[in-house]
Design a protein around this ligand. Sequence first.
Ligand SMILES: [Zn+2]
Ligand SMILES: [Zn+2]
Length: 163
Amino acid sequence: MDIILQKETFQVRKIVILAPDGMLIATRVRDFAFCIYCSKLRCIFSQYMLKESDSDALQIAMETFAYTCGSPIVPEDHPLYDKVFVRMNLTCSSPIEQIYYSCKVEHSQICYYCGEDDDLIEPSQEILSKFQIVYPLCKVCQEGGKDYFTKGRIQMQKKKRVV
Ligand SMILES: [Zn+2]
Ligand SMILES: [Zn+2]
């Protein structure tokens, strides 16, 4: 019994997310950060809409401190450090965050796996009719063996009986 409990505690501790609870949600996405290594866009979250001065400071910070996946968006001594957040449990091989596609900030369609906006494949009616969400897929990723990432399989309705 003790051993099981210890194991659970250990697993919980392993998850490190440097953002307050409930921060990393679609309605709190304010902007996107661009990773200089993998060129993927990562969501930037904050509790409130950023003031223009904060927004400017953030833009400057992003230009100054080259952002890479899994690191904070601004350094610890930056005034925005406890105001703006990015998901920390990401690496450059992580796909685009699903929240990117559902957030209210204007965003373009980019490949779920690589973040590319060129050569996206038009999903077939068949796949669109089977899933609630079909994330974009580019030609390169498809040729590399990737398939559409989907969410919410739509239950096929049983054929109505003809009376
Ligand atoms: Zn990256
Ligand atoms: Zn791709």
